[in-house]
Design a protein around this ligand. Structure first.
Ligand SMILES: [Zn+2]
Length: 245
């Protein structure tokens, strides 16, 4: 991954007599000093120094190994869980929570030379996340409606930015808001509508064990917010797209 770093990055902090401090502690201290939030659904890639992801992988694997030991699993003799700690560390840092540690995929926007102003929708886009409360999967579909403004981005880019935003521990309501913020920043549409329909495994797999329940939520901004007919058109288009699948 690439990252840009503030020039004021402190040199590696070391604990007085316990050897080098954990890399996560150094990163947290750096974020605290800069007054930067690092909640579960924040991206911290701008504040990671080269080589720190590799160090995080080692640190997280060590903690997962301890978790497995605390769960009284014999990882030294169980061939199935022998390397689980390393797999889990890589999965969190580079796959399911990559949206916290990796930079946003490069997304070019282009001037809207034809002055397109008809609304269009993209979807269903598959979204995969995990609930912040239990770290179990949230899997669903997302539809994005755009009334173009001065800039446009390619259709596939909506999938890329949605994947990046959702690949963090979330609650669904906040995931949709963060995705809306990112899309507004990328193409400054006159109107934006997003609808997400997702299954929450913390309801299906545990707790009330309710397998059929889905959560649907949406955010509407700009012209979609001010013009009820435009909003209705978006939901109608989504309904048509959904019935195709
Ligand atoms: Zn949960």
């Amino acid at each position: 991954m690439t990252s840009t770093l503030p020039s004021s990055l402190p040199s590696r902090a070391t604990a007085p007599d316990a050897g080098p401090s954990p890399v996560s502690l150094r990163i947290r201290e750096r974020l605290d000093a800069a007054g930067v939030a690092y909640l579960a659904n924040d991206n911290i890639s701008d504040h990671l120094a080269p080589g720190e992801m590799e160090q995080l992988e080692i640190e997280v694997a060590g903690k997962v190994r301890e978790l497995l030991r605390s769960l009284v699993i014999d990882i030294d003799n169980d061939h199935n869980t022998e390397e689980t700690a390393e797999r889990v560390a890589r999965m969190y840092l580079h796959e399911v929570f990559k949206g916290r540690y990796h930079q946003q995929p490069k997304i070019a926007s282009f001037p809207n030379v034809k002055k397109l102003d008809e609304i269009y929708t993209v979807g269903p886009i598959t979204v995969r996340s995990a609930c912040s409360h239990h770290l179990v999967p949230i899997l669903g579909n997302c539809w994005i409606g755009i009334k173009p403004g001065d800039r446009v981005i390619g259709l596939s880019k909506f999938s890329r930015v949605a994947d990046w935003v959702f690949s963090r521990p979330h609650i669904q309501e906040e995931a949709v808001m963060i995705l809306a913020d990112e899309i507004e920043r990328l193409c400054e549409p006159q109107g934006l509508a997003i609808l997400v329909k997702a299954q929450h495994y913390c309801m299906k797999w545990r707790g009330v064990k309710e397998p059929q329940t889905t959560m649907v939520n949406s955010v509407v901004r700009g012209d979609f917010r001010h013009d009820p007919s435009l909003k209705a058109e978006f939901f109608e288009l989504v309904k048509q797209q959904e019935s195709l699948y």
